[in-house]
Structure formats: C-alpha cells, structure tokens
Design a protein around this ligand. Structure first.
Ligand code: ADP
Length: 153
C-alpha cells in the first residue's frame, strides 16, 4: 500500500491544500493529513477545529485520514509506516525552504519527499493570508473549502 503523510499546520485548510491533496489521491492509496502541533506556535484555530475542517471536507473519502502529531515528521512517518512525505510548492521561496528540509529528512531516514507543483489558480493562496482576511472579517469565498467558509461566517 502506497501511503503518504501530508504534514502541515493547516491553520486553516485552504483550496491550495485541497488542490495538492486531490491530485495526490491519484498517486497514493492512502494520504494521512498530519497536523503538526508545535506548542510554541500561536494558531488562529485550535487543533480540534483544524482537524474538524479536514474531516468535514473529506467526509466519505476513504483514502484520506486525519491525524495530529508532535515532534519530527520523519518519526511520525515511521510510526504510521509511511515511506513518503507529500509537500506542495508554490514559488522559489517554498522550494528553497523545502529543499533543505527534504535533504535533511533523507539524511536522517529513507523517507522520500514527493513535491507537487501548485495549480496556477491556487498558487497565491496561503493560510497566513486567509487568516489576515478572516481577522478583518473579509470574504474568504474561493480561498477555502466550504467547511472553513461556513465556520467563518
Ligand atoms: P507548514 O506550516 O508546514 O508550511 P502549511 O499548512 O502552511 O504548513 O502548508 C502545508 C503544505 O501545503 C506545504 O507543503 C505548503 O507548501 C503546501 N501549500 C500551502 N498552500 C499551498 C498552495 N496554495 N498551493 C500548493 N501547496 C500549498
């Protein structure tokens, strides 16, 4: 079984994330969307709420699992028996950042990172910009899935 872990903060889940997830469904038998819980980070949405957004968006999709973890992503991958980490790339800054992490993860383990290039129409979407729009009560239609949109209204 080809299993991938898609790690991230998902604070909140965006249509950029779902674009990567939906396209990766053709590549993997199972995708675990793993929400990293970093106690030193200040999140807009609680861990429970971030889990809920993903569960609601993928209700009925048997290939998608949602989980949370703390610590190193590669240790989590070993725990759930996943040989692949899935990540999305939007721009050169993402690439530079992800490259160093992927090299390090390869140095520490045999786990491969698989990158999918963002779709042109979602490349500008980021959770941090969505959070800014939400803070000022802006309209996030077209940026986030329905579950997040409904919660924000
Ligand atoms: P992290 O804090 O680990 O970067 P994020 O939730 O911001 O967590 O992102 C998780 C993954 O989703 C990362 O690989 C990121 O590059 C990818 N991603 C986020 N937004 C987009 C987008 N619009 N298009 C493609 N990939 C994206």
């Amino acid at each position: 079984m080809r299993r991938a872990v898609f790690p991230g903060s998902f604070d909140p889940l965006t249509l950029g994330h779902t674009d990567i997830i939906n396209r990766a469904l053709n590549l993997f038998d199972e995708i675990i969307i793993a929400i990293g819980n970093n106690t030193s980070k200040n999140y807009m949405f609680s861990l429970e709420q971030r889990v809920k957004f993903i569960e609601q968006t993928y209700a009925g999709e048997k290939k998608i699992k949602v989980d949370t973890y703390e610590g190193l992503t590669i240790e989590y991958c070993k725990k759930v028996n996943s040989a692949f980490i899935l990540r999305g790339l939007r721009n050169p800054a993402d690439f530079e950042f992800e490259k160093a992490i992927a090299h390090t993860n390869r140095k520490l383990s045999k786990i491969e990172t698989v990158f999918l290039l963002t779709s042109a129409n979602t490349s500008y979407i980021s959770s941090s910009i969505v959070r800014d729009v939400l803070r000022y009560k802006g309209d996030v239609t077209g940026l986030v899935p329905d579950a997040v949109h409904q919660h924000a209204q």
